[in-house]
Ligand binder design. Structure first.
Ligand code: ADP
Length: 329
């Protein structure tokens, strides 16, 4: 596979604030890479560094060229804060952006792709928030880019519009477009991305296939049973503990749920409801980032990186650096 994007040891500080603390990343041609992480983790700064819209230390290459030297016809960017002229219609805006390129797609086709064909003649300021965001996504697509950066493309878009946009991004990816996106929506990251990178404190603390991340950091499946049964009184083969009005049994395979039900019956315990769930990307996120948005890779006393670089004592500098470098290999 050829890497479309290669970034090495990218650093950026604003005064005393370290926004990017040495990020290395490589994205292959046709790959969809989703960046997730708490507010202030450095996602927007990273997108800006990768696209040459802010200065940064380290090296970035897109198609083998620096972000400011790369052929602009090949790259599309939806910045997080994008504020086009309010009194142009969606069609006029896309026409304008299409005019910036030597070769651009048909504006009508782009309008239809982003679901704006029926509202193309409405001034931008009169479009709903979701329609405005879709107009902005359209502006990043007019040049039919081979590499597309989208900073929170679906923020503010309603569920139906979000799904339509996912379909569009999936069809672009199927057609070979390389996509780097940021999102706070873990379902979006899981569905769209070949690899998800978690950024915290300006470092990439994990980057992998979403299923692999869930397997490594997501923890066990949980069977939550609404009951007042005492776990000590139950004959269970699985770890169980009380949480509020529920009994939480960990790591029960779905086919063994009946055994738990039998154990409750044998102990004469009644229950109202029973929910089994597998860990997901949100559990990964909560495992690796704490409530204040900082790296928390040692919380379960587990090494944060596959090479065993974590010593299980917490998020030391060395752990996070190891993860930043290691996550990319
Ligand atoms: P994210 O996109 O993950 O929310 P950002 O990249 O926006 O994170 O911000 C990372 C850090 O850099 C934050 O502490 C933020 O306050 C700071 N920062 C970002 N842009 C600027 C700027 N233009 N001037 C000063 N500080 C900034």
């Amino acid at each position: 596979m050829t890497a479309t994007l290669v970034a090495e040891d990218v650093r950026r500080s604003y005064g005393e604030t370290v926004a990017l603390d040495g990020v290395s990343l490589s994205v292959d041609a046709g790959e969809v890479f989703a960046l997730v992480g708490p507010n202030g983790a450095g996602k927007t700064t990273l997108v800006r560094a990768l696209t040459g819209t802010t200065d940064a230390e380290g090296s970035v290459e897109l198609f083998g060229a620096g972000p400011r030297e790369v052929d602009r016809e090949r790259v599309g960017l939806l910045p997080q804060a994008f504020d086009p002229p309010a009194r142009l219609t969606a069609r006029e805006l896309l026409d304008y952006y299409a005019g910036l390129y030597d070769e651009a797609r048909e504006v009508e086709a782009v309008l239809s792709d982003v679901g704006l064909a029926d509202d193309a003649d409405t001034w931008y300021e009169n479009l709903s928030g979701g329609q405005q965001r879709r107009t902005c996504v359209g502006s990043a697509l007019v040049n039919d880019p081979d590499l597309l950066f989208l900073d929170e493309p679906t923020t503010g878009i309603d569920p139906a519009g979000r799904r339509a946009l996912w379909d569009l991004l999936e069809s672009l990816a199927d057609g070979g477009t390389t996509i780097v996106l940021t999102t706070h929506d873990m379902a979006e990251a899981h569905r769209l991305a070949d690899r998800v990178g978690l950024l915290a404190d300006g470092r990439l603390v994990a980057a992998d296939d979403p299923d692999a991340l869930v397997a490594e950091y997501g923890g066990e499946s949980r069977l939550v049973v609404e009951t007042d049964a005492d776990p000590a009184a139950l004959d269970l083969d699985y770890p169980a503990e009380r949480a509020g009005d529920s009994l939480v049994v960990s790591d029960v395979p779905p086919e063994a749920i009946g055994d738990v039900v039998d154990a409750l019956a044998a102990a004469g315990a009644s229950y109202d409801a029973l929910t089994w769930s597998e860990p997901d990307l949100e559990d990964v996120y909560l495992e690796l980032a704490d409530a204040d948005g900082h790296y928390a890779g040692g919380r379960r006393e587990r090494a944060a990186v596959a090479d065993g670089g974590g010593d299980g004592t917490g998020a030391s500098e060395a752990d996070a650096d190891g993860a930043a470098a290691e996550g990319e290999r």
